[in-house]
Design a protein around this ligand. Sequence first.
Ligand code: GUN
Ligand code: FE
Length: 458
Amino acid sequence: SKKLNQLEYLHGAAVCVDKSGTIVAVDTQCAGDVKRAAATLYPTLGEGWSEEEVVVQVAKEGQFFFPGFIDTHIHASQYPNAGIFGSSTLLDWLNTYTFPLEASLADPSKARKVYSRVVRKTLSHGTTCAAYYATIDVASTNLLADLCLAAGQRALVGRVCMDSPLSPEYYRDESPAQSIAATRATIAHIARIDPAMALVRPVITPRFAPSCSIPLMQALGALAAETDLPIQTHLSENKNEIALVRELFPTADTGAADDSYTAVYDAFGLLSRRTIFAHAVHLSEAEADLIALRGAKVSHCPCSNSAITSGAARVRWLLDKGVCCGLGTDVSGGYSPSVLEAARLAALVSRHVAMGGDEAAKLTVEEVLYLATRGGAEVVGLEDKVGGFEVGLEWDAQLIGLGSVGEDGDVEDGEEDGNVDFFGWETWEERVAKWVYNGDDRNTRKVWVRGRLVHERK
Ligand code: GUN
Ligand code: FE
């Protein structure tokens, strides 16, 4: 994705990646001739390179490389509940389904099982980078960071902060001080296992305003200022939640500019360029303008917003205001761990917004793919590292296999193509559209992060 509405196709190109996983050259003129590309590219690679140690990955007929997907909001701890939400809405869903499961992950063997599987599953769907919520438990949150690092998935890992008496007694922080100390313990752990934050980084994670006391919100704002770390939280997801925030955070207590949800985060220093807001469904004009002014980011979660009936976020409206947006699966408010599914649902939800009277709201295939990659990279603060195939970025990529057409004109390799049915006459633009609307992990043949192969479909 070059821009929101521009997807560039490089036919027969070669991308050269060095041993550190960085893209060092892109040859768009080699017409798929790897030898030719090599002859052009090797001289530019400097000392220590020989043809013998070069691994060549080739997209065959019908296949293409695509930047890895970025899931800007996913609760790793809720993965076992994917698909289990009944007819609930946010606040009853949290108490019925979510808090009991999250609390149970204090059991290390259960946490290992859940976190191993969510990392493996998301990688298999092409998620090369995820902004994870874990739980309040430090040991298992640290384990999630270990597992991401071992599996080679780029990740932001957040130890969840929630000390409000509104949270159940069996699942909440004891005090603001304990919540901050626990958060610091996870920050220190990640600094030990990945000192350069090459793959895994901590993220300050107030669950959402109603879960946090005013002193905890203040302390988390101070921690963000001290550490310069990213922040993730939920914003304006559900109408009852918004009413609750008004009740819990009167302006007389917070000193906020007004009684809006967004102003509450702003009052505590939690609204900054490094903030990722999941949902942002029911914002006022003034709130969206404030988010744009502060340079905070939005994780659009169309699957979750539909499943637990939160509402239809107005993505076009946010984008037009200059708010940077990406996609989140929000497992398990969302039932699917697939960012491709999130992209497809972003397109559909935007059509529902359009049916409400705003024809311009419709998001195109190019636009949802931008949100899934380049937009997501900016949301998680990694736009200098990932999101596309330019020189200087790292090789976070997926090899997508669609129907290949044989010499007889018939589509070969049919069984592996899953839901995507090709006839052979489709243009590449049409193939990509068919992938977005009908594709799944059966089309995700290989996945790399920082040049390392992290998934291969057998
Ligand atoms: N708001 C507070 N906690 C959660 C959560 O776990 N999921 C979603 N979707 N919204 C929340
Ligand atoms: Fe969420």
